[in-house]
Write a protein that binds this ligand. Structure first.
Ligand SMILES: *[C@@H]1O[C@H](CO)[C@@H](O)[C@H](O)[C@H]1NC(C)=O
Ligand SMILES: *[C@@H]1O[C@H](CO)[C@@H](O)[C@H](O)[C@H]1NC(C)=O
Length: 330
């Protein structure tokens, strides 16, 4: 986010006084509490459930059930048999045997191309050092151009006014692939999303705290349109012109990708990659335990809660008038 714009995280802080002085009913008070015997879910529980059986089995079963009820997989979740850890040769062989395009798309999430796997292993082998990922970036600095009229609105969309790309072109293409797959498959779980500067244009790349697993937390519906009844929150320059409506799809704005989890003792893999929507519907355990109360109206899960944030990944339409989407890593 630039200094001339505000993202949901900060705007809502600024809106607190508004909330406090407002009698309007849309600021939810605490959601109905779940059974008091269920412990509070943690970000680590969430990540463990998406990991190998050795990790998921450590989560309290009631918490696990509640969390699973909030998982909306964009790619089927298939924990692997860890006894059959495949090397990359047999992975590409398996890919070669597959036929349907849908299977191939799934496979690219379960077992991404080699450069993605290398990055995932680097994250773990470095002991979760963000510098290990930073070093995979090309040092060339790319100014972020106008994005769909953002300059005219004085909207700075990205954390910095310039970005970079990975040295490996395949890594950059993979990031594009993830954005497109979310748009393509979102509707199957009720998330209609578009690649615009008001909706889906960024994700936060992180290294999970306990496991070193590489992930991206995408945030869709970033700038809902101001509406005096349903979304009376002024978010500044970047919100101007928004056509994103505040509705039930807001519950689905947090989308999580996790890279396959490398084994820390062998060359094998402990879990395949995952891609899912985290349903933050009021009353659900994600809304109740994983979303800070001061942002519950906008359902934001914070990337910092999942691990060390390495970079923001932006996919921006810098074409005019023809769309031209480019990756900017900030
Ligand atoms: C908003 O505009 C974009 C680009 O014109 C379009 O793709 C998208 O479907 C629109 N979204 C809504 C909710 O109307
Ligand atoms: C390897 O990972 C396991 C499970 O995540 C952990 O318990 C163990 O301490 C790790 N070993 C090393 C050498 O880091």
């Amino acid at each position: 986010m630039g200094n001339t714009s505000l993202s949901l995280r900060f705007t809502i802080l600024l809106s607190l006084s508004f909330a406090a002085s407002s009698s309007s009913p849309f600021f939810f008070s605490k959601s109905p509490s779940l059974s008091p015997s269920i412990p509070k879910a943690t970000p680590s529980d969430l990540l463990s459930l998406l990991g190998p059986p050795s990790q998921s089995s450590s989560v309290n079963p009631s918490v696990a059930d509640e969390l699973k009820s909030c998982f909306k997989f964009l790619v089927p979740f298939t924990p692997i048999d860890t006894r059959k850890t495949a090397d990359s040769k047999s992975l590409s062989y398996r890919r070669f045997l597959l036929k349907s395009p849908r299977d191939e798309e799934n496979e690219l999430v379960w077992w991404p191309p080699e450069p993605v796997l290398e990055l995932a292993r680097l994250a773990v082998d470095s002991g979760g050092d963000p510098g290990s990922i930073h070093r995979a970036l090309d040092p060339t600095v790319l100014p972020v151009p106008d994005v769909e009229g953002s300059k005219e609105n004085k909207c700075g969309l990205t954390r910095t006014p310039y970005g970079r790309r990975f040295i490996s072109q395949e890594l950059n293409s993979y990031l594009e692939y993830l954005f497109k797959l979310i748009v393509e498959r979102g509707p199957s779980v009720g998330l209609k999303v578009s690649l615009t500067r008001y909706d889906l244009f960024h994700g936060h790349l992180f290294i999970a705290t306990e496991t070193g697993r590489l992930g991206i937390l995408f945030h869709a519906k970033e700038y809902p349109a101001y509406d005096k009844d349903v979304f009376p929150i002024n978010m500044g320059y970047c919100q101007k012109g928004s056509n994103v409506t505040y509705d039930d799809a807001m519950n689905l704005r947090n989308i999580l990708w996790l890279a396959p989890l490398p084994s820390n003792s062998t060359k094998g893999w402990m879990a395949p990659g995952v891609l899912l929507v985290l349903d933050a519907r009021p009353g659900g355990i994600i809304y109740k335990d994983l979303i800070p109360e001061y942002v519950n109206y906008v359902r934001t899960i914070y990337e910092d809660d999942l691990g060390s944030v390495v970079v923001d990944v932006n996919y921006l339409n810098i074409g005019d008038p023809q769309p031209d989407y480019q990756i900017f890593i900030c």
